[in-house]
Design a protein around this ligand. Structure first.
Ligand code: CO
Length: 214
């Protein structure tokens, strides 16, 4: 049996079910998409974006990277943000991290992975900047969970500083950035309580340095 047979069979069943449950669904989507949200999450297979927030195709514009990092020199990520903000006119950008993130764990422990270490250097820098708080947490698991959360806060700030977002706010476009974290162990999302809807709010998040308790 071809390794893709199961996937293709699943796909045929899914498409048939969608047509039955939502008549006209694919016809409506074929010419345009108008999602309200851009989701930036981790590539981890346990965190499937649409599924965990119960949204259908067409409702969520998605970008996923290792450890849900938003790096200003990453042309791919910044292009996704620009397209979502300028063309699709999304109203919300959600940065979603998750507990148990292998990328965050590798950065915390300084594991040697390979090429990805260069990418995860951004998480190591975040860990170093928050060393005092993390060291005060004692057990490894608490530090690990906290770094997963802090990493989301940092990425919210990075999104906020990208040129498309700064431009949108400058011209008065309505756009809010949110930080969420997902528990792979219980399937639940937690709102980290950070919101940035203007340049002033980004400064405030940086000043506080940590999210409100979620
Ligand atoms: Co991850």
């Amino acid at each position: 049996m071809d390794p893709l047979d199961r996937l293709l069979a699943n796909n045929r069943e899914w498409a048939a079910r969608m047509k039955k449950e939502h008549p006209g669904f694919f016809d409506a989507l074929k010419d345009q998409q108008s999602p309200e949200y851009l989701w930036i999450g981790c590539s981890d297979s346990r965190v499937p974006a649409n599924e965990i927030v119960g949204l259908l195709p067409g409702e969520l514009f998605v970008h996923r990277t290792v450890a849900n990092l938003v790096v200003p020199s990453d042309l791919n990520c910044v292009s996704v943000i620009q397209f979502a903000v300028d063309v699709l006119r999304v109203k919300h950008i959600i940065v979603c991290g998750h507990y148990g993130c292998s990328g965050v764990r590798a950065a915390l422990r300084e594991d040697e992975i390979g090429v990805a270490d260069n990418w995860l250097m951004h998480v190591r820098h975040t860990r170093d900047r928050h060393e005092a708080e993390l060291d005060g947490l004692g057990p490894d698991d608490a530090r690990f969970r906290r770094l997963c959360e802090i990493n989301v806060v940092e990425q919210v700030q990075n999104v906020a500083h990208t040129t498309p977002v700064q431009h949108a706010w400058r011209v008065g476009q309505e756009l809010t950035i949110h930080g969420l974290i997902y528990g792979v162990e219980d399937g639940l999302l937690k709102d980290l309580g950070i919101r940035a809807a203007s340049r002033t709010e980004v400064t405030e998040i940086r000043r506080r340095g940590k999210p409100e308790p979620g």
